[in-house]
Design a protein around this ligand. Structure first.
Ligand code: ZN
Length: 291
């Protein structure tokens, strides 16, 4: 990726930093997709992790965009949107431009006992024609070169020997019961977000749900995914991602995804309850207490 002139970078950072100060959706009115606040039963607390930060700039795109600044701005917007339109509590791993170690991110979510972790990123490619959103969750055995390159770039691994270093102990981790349960939930979250994003941001391409051995997801004890909101190396998408409309559509997509996940989890819980104890007994009306 070419290095951008410092003046252009600073200009973009300033432009991106200002809306962050009060990063709230502009209209206090109800959203057209959420005329009433969402009332989730199961997915009640999520953590949004704005990717990169501090010395770790992430990808650099057209229009002098730095991934670390855009992830922070969009995460702030999505957080405010979800809190306004639902009963879901949202925590963020960082609110300012600061470095956070990769494993610190899931550990924060674990400490908060969150129901889901969404690590938010912008994608980049040497091919400027590639565009679209992706959702990734953990996989022990992703061996394709393209996956290695993706993980290397997102996690700042050296080019040399990255392929050998990647799968580390994911297989061992997933064999542990508590991580295996989280992994199942991650798959539900990934597909739910996919559905939500397609509906919330219909004009953008959804490139699919994918799997990779991502360190940022490795230690999460809850549903955890990496959400790539689009390619900042694509001339049009890179520009669109700086706009309010894209942030609003992404926020709608994420909330729709969380509603969908809540529905799927509720369905599974009902199925489990039926399997264990049979169908719930019908309530017989109680006589009114005599006075
Ligand atoms: Zn990233």
């Amino acid at each position: 990726m070419r290095t951008l002139p410092l003046s252009a970078t600073l200009l973009t950072l300033t432009a991106l930093a200002l809306p962050c100060l009060g990063a709230t959706p502009s209209s206090p009115k109800r959203d057209r997709l959420f005329p009433k606040p969402v009332q989730n039963q199961h997915i009640r607390h999520i953590v949004i992790d704005p990717g990169h930060g501090g010395d770790n700039l992430g990808a650099l795109g057209y229009h002098a965009t730095q991934e670390k600044a855009l992830t922070l701005e969009v995460s702030g917007f999505i957080t405010a949107f979800i809190q306004r339109h639902s009963n879901i509590r949202v925590s963020m791993t960082r609110h300012v431009d600061r470095a956070i170690a990769l494993r610190e991110r899931p550990r924060q979510a674990n400490a908060l006992k969150a129901d889901a972790l969404i690590s938010l990123h912008c994608n980049a490619s040497p091919n400027p024609k590639i565009h679209g959103m992706e959702v990734w969750f953990l996989d022990a055995n992703a061996s394709a070169g393209v996956v290695h390159e993706f993980v290397r770039r997102e996690e700042g691994l050296p080019k040399q020997g990255a392929a050998a270093a990647l799968p580390w102990t994911v297989g061992g981790i997933l064999s542990e019961m508590r991580y295996a349960a989280a992994h199942k939930r991650s798959q539900i979250l990934a597909h739910s977000l996919g559905k939500g994003l397609k509906r919330g941001r219909p004009g953008a391409r959804f490139r699919g749900v994918r799997q990779a051995p991502l360190g940022v997801l490795k230690e999460a004890l809850m549903a955890a995914v990496v959400l790539e909101i689009g390619y900042i190396t694509h001339p049009q998408e890179g520009l669109a991602l700086l706009e309010h409309q894209a942030h609003l559509e992404l926020a709608r997509g994420v909330l729709l995804g969380l509603v969908e996940m809540d529905r799927v989890v509720a369905q599974q819980e009902r199925g489990r309850a039926t399997a264990v104890g049979g169908p719930p007994a019908k309530r017989t009306p109680q006589p009114a207490p005599s006075r």
